[in-house]
Design a protein around this ligand. Structure first.
Ligand code: MN
Length: 529
């Protein structure tokens, strides 16, 4: 670590750990591997792949991400307990010297008193012992002082000094509850540097920040901390995460890049022109769509509506654009492919978009592309990204597949749906009525799959322009197997079609399939850091 570039801000992505803690955002193994591949291509420095002791699935996912990785450091989270640390060490071992154990312990008075019931001295001792033990198993240790921003600054410095002495190379000062204010947070980082010799200096431990967005300040707090000397930022794609989420990777990276005047000499390893593709992939896999006006990667981020703005942008984009759509990988809005395009052209276009497609998926992807090209004259980049997502999501072996769909609806008529689904070799057909065709389709799927379900949120988005545009439906549903004990779980689903009833059917079926994939995941240990 001693040869570290003092101006390089390390990007620590926790989409697979904190991001997965977004309600309803659980991902399966192949989805996590897909996101990890995309994160490495994006150029993040550290991927936090999960919390290995939380469940057997979490352990397997961290291990598989470590095995697959080629460049990024792979971190596994652990409480300051021997069993957690052993499990994390086993999970990250395939990454070799790129493995990292991320140990945490709460330090604030409220957590000490009500969660841990431990005195200050015990916290310092337990943190030091945990780091020393982790260090005996793995050369790269990060320690997090959970709820650091609400911890007494002098005590925080004492903990930080103790864990560095025990062997931590990175010390994280998280704003776990999203309470910090930028100037105060910067002052806290500066005060730690003043109290702990060498902290944040070349050759000393790296200061990391991990900010939550409860007051919408996660990015601002992270930026303030970088100016005060933090050199690792923990963030997630699209800012997903616990409650209001984490610092958004795309926003914090572009803020440092566009406002070079505020961050002189500061660099990251992120290939910003791959951000849009990464954002779309994470939206698709988690079923958490972005609002259109989301900074940097939202659909409207570069849309100029007023005539005065449009006129200015045509004369010179810099009139109203502080960065170009290309710089963050926004897809071109001009036609890129048509029905006569071949497989090589398709593959080339995916590469240009920074979308990694496994060779095994390419055949089905090309078939899907040909099918779309028959229904839709012009294919845009947005269509291609949506297609990849659809094909990747269809990869589940145990999934129900739609074989046939017919609906009838109209003014004064009772909406009815007939649906045929297959799973493995089994085919089932049923019919039901509803308030409208989508409601009828959902009622029919519930009957066929023996599901009790209600839709909590339904969104329809046109992927591209024009009357023949594909509709992308995102659903959040509360589901459980009919007659099953326990509470229903919130599951996201997404569907794509030029027919919106069919897209809705795919989306709901996707959620049902995700419920099936989640079943049997084992009990999870609650974790918050
Ligand atoms: Mn967190």
């Amino acid at each position: 670590m001693s040869s570290r570039d003092p101006n390089r801000v390390l990007i620590f992505d926790t989409t697979l750990r904190d991001g997965e803690q977004s309600p309803g955002a659980s991902m399966n193994l192949s989805e996590k591997l897909e996101i990890a591949r995309t994160l490495e291509a994006l150029g993040v420095d550290i991927i936090e792949a999960g919390f290995p002791i939380a469940s057997p699935d979490d352990f397997a996912a961290v291990r598989a991400v470590a095995e697959q990785s080629t460049r990024a450091r792979i971190a596994g989270l652990a409480r300051s307990l021997k069993a957690d640390i052993d499990r994390a060490a086993d999970a990250v071992r395939p990454a070799g010297e790129r493995g990292r154990i991320h140990v945490f312990l709460a330090t604030s008075a409220i957590h000490r008193q009500f969660k841990l019931n431990k005195a200050k001295e015990e916290i310092v001792r337990q943190a030091g012992e945990a780091v020393a033990y982790a260090r005996s198993l793995c050369p790269d240790i990060e320690f997090s002082c959970e709820d650091a921003s609400r911890t007494e600054p002098d005590f925080l410095a004492e903990v930080v000094a103790a864990v560095i002495k025990a062997g931590a190379g990175t010390v994280n000062i998280p704003d776990t509850v999203g309470y910090a204010y930028p100037q105060d947070y910067a002052n806290l980082i500066a005060s730690l540097r003043a109290k702990v010799p060498g902290l944040g200096e070349a050759g000393g431990a790296v200061i990391s920040v991990h900010c939550h967005n409860d007051l919408g300040l996660a990015v601002a707090n992270s930026l303030a901390a970088v100016r005060a000397g933090a050199r690792q930022v923990e963030c997630t794609i699209n800012g997903i995460g616990e409650r209001a989420g984490n610092c958004a990777l795309e926003e914090v990276v572009m803020a440092m890049r566009v406002r070079k005047d505020q961050f002189p000499g500061i660099t990251t390893g992120v290939a910003s022109d791959r951000m849009y593709g990464a954002s779309r992939l994470v939206q698709s896999i988690t079923g958490l769509p972005l609002q259109r006006n989301k900074a940097v990667v939202g659909d409207n981020a570069f849309a100029h509506e007023s005539g005065i703005h449009q006129h200015g942008v045509i004369k010179n984009p810099e009139c109203y654009e502080i960065m170009t759509p290309q710089s963050v990988g926004f897809p071109a809005t001009t036609m890129v492919l048509g029905k006569h395009s071949g497989r090589a052209a398709l593959q080339q276009r995916f590469e240009a978009l920074g979308v990694s497609v496994a060779e095994a998926d390419m055949g089905r992807l090309f078939d899907a592309f040909k099918g779309l090209a028959d229904r839709k004259k012009e294919i845009y980049d947005g269509d291609l990204i949506a297609l990849v997502e659809e094909v990747i999501r269809g990869n589940r072996a145990t999934a129900w597949k739609l074989e046939y769909l017919h609906t009838s609806a109209g003014t004064g008529a009772v909406a009815t749906a007939t649906v045929r689904l297959s799973q493995g070799g089994e085919v089932r057909t049923d019919a039901a009525t509803g308030d409208g065709p989508v409601d009828a389709v959902i009622a029919t799927i519930n009957r066929i799959c023996a599901i009790e379900g209600t839709v909590e949120d339904y969104r329809l988005r046109a992927v591209t322009k024009g009357g023949d545009a594909q509709g992308e439906v995102s659903i959040r549903a509360r589901l459980k197997a009919a007659g099953a004990a326990g509470e229903a779980v919130v599951v996201g689903g997404k569907g794509l079609s030029t027919d919106i009833v069919q897209a809705s059917c795919h989306a709901y079926l996707d959620a049902v399939n995700r419920l099936g994939a989640l079943a049997g995941g084992g009990k999870r240990i609650d974790h918050r850091e």
